[in-house]
Design a protein around this ligand. Structure first.
Ligand code: SAH
Length: 234
């Protein structure tokens, strides 16, 4: 997968993309991430990428031209599955959406700033808008990093078997059961006896029941969907 990120703050990605799973995906050659500094695509002598909104007191808005220049250049080099804009009013990022998007080959992610981007960019250049939650961030960079992480970990070969994404929360419509490690007892806090039994069948049944109980308690709306589909014989 190739991900092209358009941003005015490329340095913001240094932390998230140079550690852990994303770093491993890049090193294994399973994902390529290219950061594009929007200012490099501005024809303005001060490299401006924003201007005043056409309404008083509304703040600054990202201009069309630099964004169009950058997207047009990228599109002239390869085909893209989607040109994404990170936006608080976009489609909410969920595991099913991440699963679906992880099959893409090439995507562009545009990070907004200030009051947002000129609406005509959204109308003419953007094909998908994604929100990471119903709250407002200062810029699209953190959202783009979240989206990228959620996609990269699903690319086959990025995670090792033990950390397989298939057993994570939301993959089967359930949240994850609790997990434990050594020691068996700490300050009188014990690991559930069943996990020490060595009986895989009983352990798996316990894990499924725990996942169902947690889902019922913490994500009642997900539990209702499960019940409707009766996917786990509830
Ligand atoms: N005035 C806009 C918010 C702009 S915030 C509004 O009220 O809708 C500046 C930028 O941060 C946006 O252009 C967007 O790219 C990014 N952003 C803010 N919140 C986000 C969210 N929840 N998900 C994804 N991107 C977000």
């Amino acid at each position: 997968m190739r991900i092209d990120i358009i941003t005015i703050f490329p340095e913001m990605f240094e932390g998230p993309f140079t550690e852990s799973i994303i770093k491993r995906g890049i090193q294994k050659g399973l994902v390529e991430i290219h950061l594009h500094n929007l200012r490099d695509y501005s024809n303005d002598k001060h490299k401006r990428v924003d201007d005043y909104a056409f309404s008083s007191g509304a703040g600054m808005v990202m201009m069309i031209e630099p964004v169009d220049n950058c997207i047009s250049k990228l599109k002239s080099e390869r085909e893209y599955d989607e040109v994404i804009y990170m936006s608080p009013d976009g489609e909410l990022l969920t595991q099913p959406l991440a699963n679906q998007m992880s099959l893409y080959n090439n995507i562009i992610i545009l990070c907004g700033h200030y009051k947002g981007i000129d609406e005509r960019i959204r109308e003419h250049l953007i094909t998908k808008e994604i929100s990471i939650g119903n709250y407002v961030l200062s810029g699209g960079e953190l959202g783009a990093a979240v989206l990228t992480d959620s996609l990269v970990r699903l690319i086959p070969g990025v995670l090792s078997d033990e950390t397989s994404a298939l057993s994570d929360s939301f993959q089967s419509g359930l949240v994850s059961p609790p997990v434990y490690t050594r020691p068996r007892e700490y300050k009188g806090w014990n690991v559930p006896e069943v996990l020490l039994s060595g009986n895989d069948m009983i352990i798996n049944e316990w894990k499924l029941n725990q996942a169902i109980e947690r889902t019922k308690e913490r994500r009642p709306e997900m539990y209702e969907i499960l019940k409707k589909n009766n996917s786990n014989n509830l």
